[in-house]
Write a protein that binds this ligand. Structure first.
Ligand code: HEM
Length: 145
């Protein structure tokens, strides 16, 4: 349980860094006329890191005391956050990131491939940033790693 929480907590940084690298590359290489194997790989790994995080999260949702559908949970900030907002927003972000990568793979032109990543990964990243229980959201009891 502890290892799971620490794994899930620490993996956030890998997810954020991979998404950021993928996005910066997509914007920077949009007009380069090429979509290299390295682009394909970084986009794939970024998506996979999100999927692994979702898998760990789903397991956590069954065992974590922070997910507790007691009576009135919707009115209790932390229960509402972990039992609804965190799960819903993260799954949404993962779906958008997966759609973006599929669109990038399907597009013919390199510029269109990069554009799909730039758009969909950016939206996904923003949602993920908003749905992380950052330590400065004190009621949620989160940590930095
Ligand atoms: C990209 C997707 C996700 C990211 C980046 C992410 C990130 C995080 C972070 C940073 C924490 C705080 C850990 C801590 O401070 O100790 C956390 C906690 C948690 N996450 Fe996620 N999460 C994601 C997806 C999910 C999903 C899809 C679920 C459930 C289906 C989930 C369930 C949980 C639960 C239950 C906790 C509380 C664990 C505890 O302390 O008991 N997460 N998540």
């Amino acid at each position: 349980m502890n290892a799971l929480i620490h794994g899930h907590s620490g993996l956030r940084w890998i997810v954020l860094i991979l998404l950021l690298v993928a996005i910066v590359r997509a914007f920077a290489r949009k007009n380069s006329g090429t979509y290299a194997q390295s682009d394909k790989m970084i986009n794939l790994f970024a998506m996979m890191s999100v999927h692994i995080q979702i898998t760990l999260g789903i397991i956590l949702a069954f065992v974590s005391p922070k997910v507790n559908y007691v009576e009135g949970w919707m009115k209790m900030g932390p229960y509402r956050f972990f039992g609804l907002e965190h799960i819903l927003l993260m799954v949404l972000a993962a779906v958008l990131i997966t759609i973006g990568r599929k669109k990038a793979e399907k597009a013919e032109l390199p510029a269109k491939k990069h554009a799909a990543i730039a758009l969909w990964f950016t939206i996904g990243l923003i949602i993920i940033l908003a749905a992380i229980p950052w330590p400065f959201r004190e009621a949620l009891g989160g940590r930095w790693a």
